[in-house]
Design a protein around this ligand. Structure first.
Ligand SMILES: *Cc1c(COP(=O)(O)O)cnc(C)c1O
Length: 478
């Protein structure tokens, strides 16, 4: 494609992008595609000859879009959002155009130095300890893997990188049973074995019980195991439960455990001074992760990973083959040594655009709106005789279920809510997801989409109410 054609098509696409965002509510939130729908429309082989942009774009509209779930739709209430914003999209366009690979300072000094400053801005804006160092990782899964590998190195006197884990006592990791599945995956990748991830019971609010943590550690010590790390959740994925950080930190200190804090979603709330209590005790953490790509209006992927001791991180990951020597080692950050991948995208640029475009106050305003919407929805659930709140709502996720007064069989309730969710999502008018809390099937509604307004949450509640009644009539429950 010649530059002139690029210019023309880029302008067309920007118009399309603005129209898309303006008219996004015309699309079904959740893709209505069936398995194999798109594959059946795609040629089995790549074309031998280049094709016209118009043809490629027509297929994008007609073949690809139907298979898209619209994460930027204001009625997207599922999982946690993967938010975007106009400022972030513009930065992504520039990033794609520059095509920078920022593995070392020299391969784009601005990419490295902007990342350094953005991590400081975010650290200070969220009230994190002033001596911490941050680095952008692709995802929280990767950040937590970095934490586990660093903890493994520290616990073995940096021997596991040298000679493996063959001569080590069993290294043990503790986390609540509500912990995100990425921790189990990371433990497997780190070569520790998932049997050595010990799940700790939670209380009625789905937060880790410190006494149970202490018991598990004591029992492991009696068996000759090596307690190495505890993962505390600030905002679990199931219900945004907040683990008691001060109590966990005290235990971590007593037994010499690495304390990793996973605040992948909830960490963004710390931009609000009135929510900083959720990370009380954070100064005792060894590592911390939160995802601006979830709730902070920054396109996926962008995870902020912080450590209290940079040297341990660097000692775990540093490599210096001849072809990567630049003569500037020690003077500048070479972020390839701060994580797993060598190659790195210029992710700091989108943070810079977002933070400057909204300002901290602009972001705070949006977060407060989201938090208030969730409280409104929670009140509707609580004041309805046939609905039930299933977990506290410390932030903007409401866990609830339909519970008609004449049904009490737990399996029946689970099936009913599963059916309700399927019908709601098939409507295309909203998208929610579910989880199980202590065996109960629970609907999750997150009020955190960048563009969500009061009317979308009100409409969601009306739909849920109406659909539950329709379902009850269908099943002759009433
Ligand atoms: C979403 C989430 C993760 C995983 O995030 P990725 O960036 O997709 O890896 C980890 N922990 C918690 C608590 C989460 O909510």
């Amino acid at each position: 494609m010649k530059t002139e054609a690029f210019r023309k098509h880029a302008h067309q696409l920007v118009d399309w992008m603005a129209d898309y965002l303006e008219q996004i509510e015309r699309y079904p939130v959740k893709s209505q595609s069936k398995p194999g729908d798109l594959l059946a429309q795609l040629p089995a082989q790549a074309p031998q000859k280049g094709e016209a942009f118009e043809d490629i774009f027509r297929d994008f509209e007609h073949k690809i879009l139907p298979g898209i779930t619209h994460w930027q739709h204001p009625s997207f209430f599922a999982y946690f959002p993967a938010n975007s914003s106009p400022a972030s999209v513009l930065a992504e366009m520039l990033m794609a155009t520059l095509g920078v690979q920022g593995m070392v300072w020299e391969t784009s000094p601005a990419a490295t130095e902007l990342e350094e400053r953005m991590m400081q801005w975010l650290r200070d804006a969220c009230g994190l300890p002033a001596h911490w160092h941050g680095v952008i990782q692709d995802t929280a899964s990767t950040a937590s893997l970095c934490a586990i590998l660093s903890a493994r190195e520290r616990a073995t006197g940096f021997q596991s990188n040298e000679s493996g884990l063959y001569e080590q006592a069993r290294l043990r990791i503790y986390a609540s049973e509500q912990t995100h599945s990425s921790i189990e995956k990371d433990v497997k990748i780190a070569g520790l074995g998932k049997e050595n991830l010990v799940y700790i019971d939670t209380d009625a609010c789905y937060a880790l019980r410190p006494e149970a943590l202490r018991q598990a550690i004591e029992e492991d010590l009696r068996r000759g195991y090596h307690p190495m790390m505890v993962v505390a959740n600030i905002g679990t994925t199931g219900s945004t439960a907040i683990d008691p950080l001060p109590a966990i930190a005290a235990i971590a200190k007593e037994y010499g455990l690495w304390l990793h804090v996973d605040a992948a979603y909830a960490g963004t709330a710390c931009l609000l001074p009135e929510y900083r209590h959720i990370i009380e005790g954070i100064e005792h953490a060894d590592s911390y992760v939160f995802n601006p790509h979830k709730w902070m209006l920054t396109n996926f992927d962008c995870s902020a990973y912080y450590v209290s001791d940079k040297e341990t991180l660097l000692r775990t990951f540093s490599i210096l083959p001849e072809y990567l020597k630049t003569g500037l080692e020690g003077q500048v950050n070479n972020y390839r040594d701060w994580g797993i991948a060598l190659g790195r995208r210029f992710r700091a640029l989108k943070l810079w655009f977002v933070l400057r475009s909204y300002g901290i106050e602009g972001l705070q305003k949006i977060l407060r709106r989201h938090l208030a919407l969730a409280q409104w929805f929670k009140q509707q659930v609580e004041s309805h005789p046939d609905f039930e709140l299933m977990a506290p709502v410390p932030l903007n996720l409401v866990c609830f279920r339909y519970h008609p007064q004449n049904i009490d069989d737990p399996n029946r309730l689970n099936e009913l809510n599963e059916a309700l969710l399927r019908r709601l999502n098939a409507s295309g008018k909203l998208y929610m997801s579910h989880t199980k809390l202590h065996g109960q099937y629970v609907l999750r509604l997150v009020c955190g989409q960048t563009y969500v307004q009061e009317r979308h949450v009100q409409q969601a509640w009306q739909l849920i109410e109406a659909e539950s009644q329709r379902l009850s009539r269908l099943l002759s429950l009433v």
